[in-house]
Design a protein. Sequence first.
Length: 285
Amino acid sequence: MSDSSEEQRQASATTPKDPALFRAEPVSFVRRGNRLQGRRASAWERNAEQYVIEPPRKIADTSVADDFTLDPDQAFGRVAPLIVEIGTGLGECIANAAKDDPERNYLAVEVYRPGLAQLMLKVESFGIENVRAVQANAPEVLDVMLEENSADEIWIFFSDPWHKPRHHKRRLIKASFLDKVSRVLKPGGTLRLATDWSNYAEQMRDVLSAHPDFENQFPGNLAGEDSNLTKVRREGMEGFEKEPDFTDELGGWAPRFERRILTSFEGKALKAGRLIFDLAYTRVG
């Protein structure tokens, strides 16, 4: 390293950082590379103008300017119920759901551009027009971009579990984030979640049960011997010590959501021997 480069590095390390550049809330999913190649690049070029919403940015390229509000009727070219999926991954779930449910509009929220490009490939292959996508961080979409009481359902499937206890504060599902979900979800609307990690599932259930704006659609369901949580703890799955006497007395797990297809991500989790936990809550009030 040259002397000038070392001086620049030291200056950068000691220069006070602008607090505005740091988010107070976790991002919705871990950010990965954004370079597009091959079929994904071609699909993006062909379809992004029609299907991808480009909000004005505040700071980062996944931020949303404070004065931007989406008009779903204009974006989709029609009036229809709105489903929002946060963290769409490669778009497998939302594309298939939209294909089988043409009467509703589907908005994909994802920070990973290659994932959205893969979604464009599916939209093009299926010949569907009821999907739109935005590359943006979910808390900002819920705070700024979407209006109050605008979504009929919000889906959050397999958000990052942040395994280490010291990182649990980075998990998306917590009370402050649920406040944002509640703002956008219509009264009577449904929040659907799924995870393949039991302690994150427990946290989701606990936080949602304590939140005044949400009511479990399946209280007591799949408790005791029928609970995946019971199986995980008794059998020592996920690296836990076996707890032969453990029983999940609370339950409250939803049956598998029929429109959540088996994605490649979920398939890998099942192949690794992990179990799936579904939750479904109604926004009340």
